[in-house]
Design a protein. Structure first.
Length: 397
């Protein structure tokens, strides 16, 4: 382990010199790194020996660039059978947001401060906070893949995430909760929406309201998945943005959802008029193919919402007349309503569902997702009355 000055003569008889840091890595192999200045060589050697001691050192000769690691990451994603949508998102993150700024950086040069600097660079170049967060997640995934391949030992993105965990909890506490009438339609609005729904959009909207299916799940729903005799709907597949049919993204996405009598009757009527196709879809195009998400919203939901008077005023035109638009922008608002309806079924004369049952109906990957999103909607018991009743039961024995 030393730093020494080295001189040599090139093929063109030019005399060169550099400061060389000489050390033994964690595998017992001798490594050398050259620098123009002695202070840089000293600093590198001190850092390298600390990493060797901590078991986190990777020599430059054994690591690769972020760009090369990104290419391997995409290759492994394709080999693992990731959906086209996911692969496209990965490719966009790598090509548009990661490689242009840190593509030539060696993995062993990445640190928590350098990741923070990378995020600052993205921000300075017009990336939104949401995009920066998603790109950082992708960078962490690239580094995790590189770790499995032996090209990196540390993952500074994950280290930074752990350091931010307490702040993330605070941010979650400060997030605005979903509100009825703002994010979630009111029951009166849902009733008006159902009353205004006509034609091919009526069975779609009623099914969305009373099953809480995601738009992708509605687009991929088959008649074979609708059990009329058992009044049950089975979620077994979904359609992505490219109209490709695939499995739900998580195991929890595959689920059974009970059907209300209205939903059963409307779907039975719709089946007689539904366009036929080899895909056996419940809500297809006129040719029996997968319907586009934008069509469901722009041709179905939004016009129905406007007809139902479920609108909001966004301003006034040049003549002073109010400009009204649909109050809710997408089908996910109906999914939120379904969740709130399940949670508060007792108020409607039905059976109250537990958080676990709501999670299963919604197809959430874990109960934390359900509680993080909807916990404030669950009925709050009168604890004082419950404690008093419990106390009375003890002394009545």
């Amino acid at each position: 382990m030393s730093v020494r000055k080295r001189k040599w003569t090139t093929a063109k008889s030019e005399v060169k010199e550099a400061w060389q840091a000489d050390y033994v890595d964690g595998q017992g192999n001798r490594q050398r790194q050259s620098f123009a200045k002695k202070k840089d060589a000293d600093a590198f050697l001190l850092k390298a020996m600390g990493e060797v001691r901590d078991g986190v050192h990777v020599p430059d000769s054994e690591t690769i660039t972020v760009s090369a690691a990104g290419a391997l990451w995409l290759k492994s994603g394709a080999a693992d059978g990731l959906e086209r949508t996911t692969l496209d998102q990965r490719r966009q993150h790598r090509d548009l947001h990661i490689v242009p700024f840190i593509g030539n950086t060696k993995l062993n040069k990445l640190t928590v401060p350098s990741i923070r600097a990378f995020q600052d660079t993205l921000r300075e170049n017009g990336r939104s906070a949401a995009m920066i967060k998603r790109v950082t997640v992708s960078l962490g995934s690239i580094l995790a893949d590189a770790q499995l391949r032996g090209h990196a030992i540390r993952n500074p993105v994950h280290e930074m995430s752990r350091a931010k965990s307490s702040r993330t909890k605070l941010e979650k506490r400060q997030q605005r909760r979903l509100e009825v009438g703002i994010d979630i339609p009111t029951t009166a609005e849902v009733k008006a929406l159902i009353g205004a729904a006509t034609g091919r959009w009526r069975p779609l909207i009623i099914t969305a309201v009373f099953t809480g299916l995601r738009a992708s799940e509605l687009r991929g729903l088959r008649w074979a998945d609708v059990d009329f005799s058992g009044a049950m709907l089975h979620v077994r597949q979904r359609a992505d943005r490219y109209h490709a049919i695939g499995m739900p993204k998580t195991d929890a996405g595959q689920r059974k959802v009970p059907l209300t009598p209205m939903t059963v009757n409307v779907l039975k009527e719709w089946k007689l008029a539904c366009p036929k196709g080899e895909m056996d879809l419940v809500f297809p195009t006129g040719a029996g193919k997968v319907e586009g998400h934008s069509n469901l919203v722009n041709r179905g939901l939004i016009p129905t919402m406007i007809s139902a008077g479920v609108t909001t005023v966004t301003g006034r035109d040049e003549g002073g007349h109010p400009i009204t638009v649909a109050k809710y922008s997408g089908l996910h608002a109906l999914r939120h309503w379904f969740a709130s309806w399940c949670i508060n079924r007792r108020a409607d004369g039905g059976l109250e569902l537990t958080p676990k049952a709501v999670q299963e109906r919604m197809g959430h990957s874990n109960i934390a997702v359900t509680l993080d999103t909807y916990s404030h909607l669950f009925p709050v018991q009168d604890e004082q009355a419950a404690l008093a009743a419990a106390e009375r039961s003890i002394f009545s024995l």
